[in-house]
Design a protein around this ligand. Structure first.
Ligand code: PLP
Length: 407
């Protein structure tokens, strides 16, 4: 009898929960990576899972000096409310950086956001109705899948390879239905580490031109190039149809949560309304500190230091993979960024590998959460930015052992 009442209670509770929450949140999963970071917070586990920048490279002393200066100049006013667009001087310095690369961007096009992650949410809020088409890379950035999912779009995945987006598939997806957005991370993509070639970018632009589709070019890693040459932004090919997302998370510190959106004026206006409704403005204090830091230090020198470290750590990871992984395992060699994408032999599931790896005290991100409608995949993501060379070697050695056992 008791179990009958328990069952009723559960059914009633579930029915209550289903009516409690808005439809838009019911099916959106928790971030797999955030959940996994809880497992890997065990300090005895080597984590090649997260997407963290290297903490030793944070310019702490310089930021302390910048903070002192901000207090000296602005005193208690620095704690006052501020405007929603963001600190004008900071927006001008971001615009100047684009101009130096030959991209026509002005401060009026730039909205400072709480990390580029907020940019994704605001774009969803402003542009997506239920069922609107969003073209997404396969595999794609988990945080974008999660952010857009709240607005219940129809995702059309298009595979990426070492060249970039699969143009044939893109063409067929575009002909099947209307889409509002194409979301792309063309430089050192998260999770695959690939960079679109110039030809591929041109090919994508040719297919999008004449269509009512905006490209959302998310570029938090673009400055972290350690091989090859920089490729043009989509804004060069489609200035009216490209929305750029940028961030200081990977080049200065992620904890300030400062990113930005570059958007055409009519979209900017709506984004500003959504930003006001969401949080009034991004933290004024950290924007001023960041600007002061940029004024008093050479960001180019700092980024060069970050690149040097990531290049060495990436090389160490590739050498370790060559030494310790079964020869049937393949990986994509990145030209920058923070990630290495690994393909296991056919039939070997990365999800199955994961608990075994954690038992051996090493973690990675299985490929599954980076796909919107596929499971049991034989791909996985490794992070090389946050761990030192000795830790990388030990982690890869442990992982190689588990792979050999599963084989
Ligand atoms: C592709 C991509 N976009 C956006 C973000 C969010 O970055 P943030 O909000 O720290 O600027 C990340 C973070 O890892 C990312 O990999």
């Amino acid at each position: 009898m008791e179990s009958f009442y328990d069952a009723i209670k559960i059914i009633t509770y579930n029915a209550f929960m289903n009516t409690l929450f808005a439809d838009r949140i019911i099916d959106v999963p928790k971030s797999f990576i955030r959940e996994m970071l809880k497992i890997t917070s065990d300090s005895t586990i080597i984590s090649l899972a997260g997407g963290l920048p290297k903490r030793d490279l944070f310019p702490v002393q310089e930021i302390i000096a910048a903070t002192d200066e901000v207090f000296k100049v602005y005193g208690r006013d620095i704690f006052q409310y501020s405007n929603s667009e963001g600190y004008l001087a900071l927006r001008e310095s971001i615009a100047n950086n684009y101009l130096a690369k030959g991209l026509q961007v002005s401060a009026e096009n730039i909205l400072i956001t709480n990390g580029s992650q907020q940019g994704l949410d605001l774009l969803g809020k402003v542009l997506l109705n239920d069922g609107d088409g969003v073209i997404i890379e396969e595999p794609g950035y988990l945080g974008a899948i999660q952010a857009f999912s709240l607005y219940r779009p129809h995702f059309s995945p298009v595979p990426v390879s070492e060249e970039g987006l699969d143009l044939e598939k893109l063409q067929s997806v575009l002909s099947e239905r209307e889409h509002k957005l194409l979301y792309a991370v063309p430089n050192f993509q998260n999770p695959s580490g690939i960079t679109y070639s110039s030809n591929n970018r041109e090919g994508v632009a040719d297919l999008i031109r004449e269509k009512k589709v905006f490209i959302v070019e998310d570029d938090p890693y673009g400055e972290l190039r350690f091989a090859g040459i920089a490729k043009p932004s989509f804004r060069k090919y489609l200035p009216e149809q490209t929305i750029l997302l940028g961030s200081f998370s990977k080049i200065v510190v992620p904890g300030f949560r400062i990113g930005w959106i570059v958007a055409p004026p009519e979209i900017y206006e709506k984004l500003l309304i959504a930003k006001q409704a969401s949080d009034l403005h991004t933290c004024h204090f950290t924007q001023y500190i960041l600007y002061q830091y940029l004024q008093k230090n050479s960001i180019a020198e700092h980024v060069a230091k970050v690149i040097k470290t990531y290049r060495e750590q990436c090389q160490c990871m590739m050498d370790s993979i060559d030494a310790y992984f079964p020869s049937s395992v393949e990986y994509i060699k990145p030209e920058g960024g923070m990630f290495l994408w690994v393909t296991l032999p056919k039939g070997m599931s990365a999800m199955e590998l994961f608990p075994r790896a954690v038992k051996e005290k090493v973690a990675f991100v299985p490929g599954d959460p980076f796909y919107v409608n596929k499971k049991g995949l034989n791909t996985l993501r490794l992070n090389f930015s946050s761990v030192d060379n000795d830790t990388i070697k030990t982690g890869i050695q442990r992982l190689g052992k588990v792979m050999a056992e599963l084989q």
